[in-house]
Every structure is written in structure tokens, then in C-alpha cells.
Design a protein around this ligand. Structure first.
Ligand SMILES: Cc1cc2nc3c(=O)[nH]c(=O)nc-3n(C[C@H](O)[C@H](O)[C@H](O)COP(=O)(O)OP(=O)(O)OC[C@H]3O[C@@H](n4cnc5c(N)ncnc54)[C@H](O)[C@@H]3O)c2cc1C
Length: 475
């Protein structure tokens, strides 16, 4: 039982019930709730999967480490445009992959060992379910069960990839983002079902490594939840790099000797697409199906997310939730910010902090990169908001000339009456970095004029794209 118990005096034998001050389900963002405020208190940390959660093991961190390697390869291939002759002789997939996981895996393992052996927490390795009010039963990974109760419980259980029935029921082997990054060898031809951010990031990575990539998306555009102008420009550029099939449904799949065959349907009729590896990237749903929410008295939204109030409380007294399991934004910076608020609220019942409500930014690390915050132009129209917009091309700035850029843009939307930004949407190199002053402006209520004219913008840095876009808004 030593794996489960950092402090044997705090835990009973199987069949007994242990009581804790705090129990945390999930060690992604949940791990950060173990703050010095809980020193001397009894804290249970429960993890049913890989310690450290999605971002560290199968999400943000490894994907961006792959993206960086992909960009090294892509830049070398593009070098001739600048008079530099460089040849990519090949990509050593095993070395690319091992560099990444040899760094990440020890962090996850070290975090687990610290929670098991270190001070202040009792780690339970297994799947937790509510079996009553603030009462959990943990099905231990190495067999057996433990039951525990706690004064406060935080659900930080995250989300998992959705696999459409048509894929699951076909019996065809497939990968999700949970598994694709650890494959043994690069495929010749990767078929990706799903045109959201995970699909297009993976398309960029594998295409840059020399893999032929097909992307099948149901919607008319890739990344279709974005501002339509950006999504349309992105989709057009994606078609130059990958085999992109939008407005397309997968109706059946079958295994072939070499890989997989997909039967597709679009407005022109049916077609067949063959590849040797299939990645399903059709979204993620919260981990609430097997959490015993009814027994715990925890209300869910229709989409399966745990419902929380403005300070992170669920419908069950003493039970909180944060991150992908409850948030409409499945993003690590959102989960982190919610964890900070809840860490405070757990110990300050008379001074509850609201979960952050600032405009939520998001980045897509594909080729090109995209960054977005605030409203799309379509949302402004739907809401009947008076607005002006301006699109600044990277290519019309000094650094854009240096980069020979002809496709990248910064689109800003503002309220002409107040001069405040309503939305910012960038597509091009360093978009996820360039957007930061715009996120700041929106979070702190700075006007377009103040941000544009109230500070120096380094010349001739790429950030002049943002400066010029602000000036172009003329509000
Ligand atoms: C491929 C990919 C790329 C991404 N890239 C980005 C990015 O670039 N930027 C960004 O902001 N976000 C990104 N994300 C999203 C980001 O990873 C998540 O928003 C974030 O990790 C959510 O954190 P969390 O703490 O809510 O959940 P998680 O980190 O998923 O943690 C939940 C933990 O709870 C455990 N668990 C679940 N149910 C139980 C149970 N019943 N009992 C015990 N344990 C349980 C799980 O095993 C898991 O370890 C990416 C996600 C993916 C999949």
C-alpha cells in the first residue's frame, strides 16, 4: 500500500475510511492546489492516469516541443527564398520523440514520487468516484479499493479525446493526441479526422517532418470557431500544404493491409481516402461520465461539464471544480487561473475570489500560427455591437519585408464609441507572442489610442504589425 500512502498514520487499511481536510481529484492543474496554506493539514491527491495530467504529458508541452522541431525543419526547407541553401536530409523521428519524452517523463515521475514520498500529501493512484457527500471511493490501479471522506473536495479531472462512433465501431486502429506522439515510426501518409486546433497542429508537425498529411473536417473551414476571415485565410494556406477536405463526413472506415481506408461524403458525392495511420482529433469531453456525480450531488451542464458558480463551487457543498472538467475553455492558462482562485477560496471562505472573467486568449501553433482574444467579427454582428475593424498585413511593415511575408495578418476589432478593443486575431509568425499587448489592453481596459500612442514600439521589430493595426483602427 506504500504507493498510495505518503503518511501511513493518516491512512487506514483497505475497507477503512480515511478522513482528509482536502481531497483533490486529478494532478494536472489540481496539483497546484497543494499550497503552503495546507501545511499541517491532511491532503489527499488522487490520480487515475499519468501524474501531471494532460498539459505536461500529452498536451501543451509535448505538442509545442514537436512544433519547435517542426519549425526548424520547415525553416530549413524555406531557406532558399532568402538566398541560403539548406537541405533537410531527413528527420530522425526517434531522436525527435525521445528528446521530448526523455525530458517530460522524469518530470511526471518525479512529481508522482514527491506526492507519494514527500511531506504534506497522501497520494492515491487510482480512479475516484463519488459514493456520497464528499465521500470518494478510489479503485486503486494496483488492485483493491479505498474510501475517503474530506471536508473539501476539488474536482480537477480534466477531459479526454472524443472518438466518433463511426470510428470506434469500425474496429479500425486509430490514434488520438494521447498516443500519436509516441509512435515508433513516422507514417508515409497520415489521415487526420478533425480540423480543430489539435488537428492542425498535428498536421503542421507531421507535414514538416515529411509525412503526407490529409485533414478531413466536417465544417466548411478549418479552425471554424475563429473569426471567419482568419479561418478562411488559414484554410486557404493549409490547402497549399496538406490535402484538406472540408465539408466532409466520414461515413465508414475499414482496415487495409497497410493501414486504413475512409469512406467520405461531401456535397459533390462520395469518395475514398487511404492512409497508413489515422489520427482522430474531433474534440475533447470532460471526465464526468464515471465520476459518480449523482451520488456526490454534483450538477452537470448538458455538455457534461461540472456546473460551477462564479467562485468555483459546484452544487454540492464543499465540492469545487476547475479546469477542463468544468470550464467552457479547455485551455491550460484558464485551468491555472481557476486553480489560483480556488486555492485561495479553499482557505478564505469569507473572502472568496471569483474565477477570472478576463477575455480568454488562445493560441494555435500550426503553420501559420494563430492567436485570438475577444469577439470575432461575426459575434459582434450577432450581438448587434457597433464596431470597426482593420486588417494589417505583416508584409507592410519593415520586419515583414525582412521575412518576405505575403500572407500574415493582424485583424483588430474595436468599439468606435469607447475606443476599446473588442477582439484581436493574428495569423502569422509569432502571433501567439505578438498578441500579448492586446490581451493586456483588453484585460485592463486600455483604449486603442493609449496602447498605440502611449508607449514606444521598438523599430523595426515585428511588433510594429500590432502598432500599425492599432493606428489603422483610427478610433
Ligand atoms: C494535444 C493537446 C494540446 C494542447 N495544447 C494546449 C496549448 O497549447 N495551450 C493550452 O492552453 N492548452 C492546451 N491544451 C489543453 C490543456 O492541456 C488543458 O486545458 C489542461 O491540461 C487542462 O488541465 P486540467 O487540470 O483541467 O486537466 P488535466 O491536466 O487533464 O488533469 C486531469 C487529471 O485528472 C485525472 N483524472 C480524471 N478523472 C479522474 C478520476 N475519476 N480519478 C482520478 N483521477 C482522474 C486524469 O488522469 C488527469 O491526470 C492541449 C490539449 C491537448 C490534448
Amino acid at each position: 500500500m506504500s504507493d498510495q500512502t505518503g503518511h501511513t498514520e493518516q491512512t487506514g487499511q483497505s475497507g477503512q475510511t480515511d478522513h482528509f481536510d482536502l481531497a483533490i481529484i486529478g494532478t494536472g492543474s489540481g496539483n497546484s492546489l497543494v499550497t503552503p496554506d495546507f501545511e499541517g493539514k491532511r491532503v489527499a491527491v488522487i490520480e487515475g492516469g499519468t501524474f501531471g495530467g494532460t498539459c505536461l504529458n500529452v498536451g501543451c508541452i509535448p505538442t509545442k516541443m514537436f512544433v519547435y522541431a517542426a519549425e526548424v525543419a520547415a525553416s530549413a526547407r524555406d531557406a532558399a527564398r532568402f538566398g541560403v541553401d539548406a537541405t533537410v536530409h531527413g528527420v530522425r523521428w526517434a531522436d525527435v520523440r525521445n528528446r521530448i519524452f526523455q525530458r517530460i517523463d522524469p518530470i511526471a515521475e518525479g512529481g508522482k514520487r514527491y506526492r507519494i514520498e514527500g511531506p504534506g500529501t497522501t497520494a492515491f493512484l487510482g480512479h475516484a468516484r463519488f459514493t456520497g457527500d464528499r465521500r470518494l471511493t478510489v479503485e486503486l490501479a494496483d488492485g483493491g479499493e479505498r474510501t475517503l471522506t474530506a471536508d473539501q473536495v476539488v474536482i480537477a479531472a480534466g477531459a479526454h479525446p472524443v472518438v466518433p462512433d463511426v470510428v470506434r465501431e469500425s474496429g479500425v486502429p486509430f490514434h488520438t493526441s494521447d498516443t500519436i506522439m509516441r509512435i515508433d515510426d513516422l507514417p508515409e501518409h497520415l489521415v487526420i479526422v478533425g480540423g480543430g486546433y489539435i488537428g492542425v497542429e498535428m498536421a503542421h508537425v507531421f507535414a514538416s517532418f515529411g509525412v503526407r498529411v490529409s485533414v478531413v473536417a466536417r465544417g466548411p473551414l478549418l479552425v471554424r470557431h475563429l473569426d471567419e476571415e482568419i479561418a478562411a485565410r488559414f484554410t486557404a494556406l493549409a490547402r497549399e500544404q496538406w490535402d484538406v477536405r472540408t465539408g466532409t463526413t466520414v461515413t465508414a472506415l475499414e482496415r487495409t493491409g497497410e493501414g486504413v481506408r475512409l469512406h467520405l461524403e461531401d456535397e459533390t458525392g462520395s469518395s475514398v481516402l487511404e492512409g497508413d495511420l489515422l489520427l482522430v482529433a474531433t474534440g475533447r469531453e470532460p471526465n464526468t461520465a464515471d465520476l459518480g456525480v449523482e451520488a456526490g450531488g454534483i450538477r452537470l451542464h448538458d455538455d457534461g461539464r461540472v456546473a460551477v458558480d462564479e467562485v468555483g463551487r459546484t452544487s454540492a457543498p464543499g465540492v469545487w471544480a476547475l479546469g477542463d472538467v468544468s470550464s467552457p475553455h479547455q485551455l491550460k492558462h484558464v485551468a491555472n487561473a481557476e486553480a489560483r482562485a480556488i486555492a485561495h477560496n479553499l482557505v478564505h471562505p469569507d473572502d472568496l475570489h471569483p474565477l477570472p472573467t478576463e477575455p480568454v486568449p488562445a493560441g494555435i501553433f500550426s503553420h501559420p500560427q494563430i492567436a485570438t482574444v475577444g469577439l470575432t467579427e461575426e459575434e459582434c454582428v450577432e450581438r448587434g455591437l457597433a464596431h470597426v475593424s482593420f486588417v494589417q498585413s505583416y508584409g507592410d511593415t519593415a520586419y515583414g519585408w525582412a521575412m518576405e511575408d505575403t500572407t500574415s495578418v493582424c485583424k483588430l476589432i474595436a468599439d468606435p464609441a469607447t475606443g476599446l478593443l473588442l477582439g484581436a486575431h493574428l495569423m502569422g509568425p509569432h502571433a501567439t507572442t505578438l498578441i500579448q499587448p492586446l490581451i493586456q489592453a483588453m484585460s485592463f481596459g486600455q483604449t486603442v489610442r493609449d496602447v498605440a500612442r502611449g508607449q514606444y514600439w521598438i523599430h523595426p521589430a515585428l511588433a510594429e504589425v500590432v502598432e500599425n493595426a492599432l493606428l489603422g483602427l483610427a478610433v
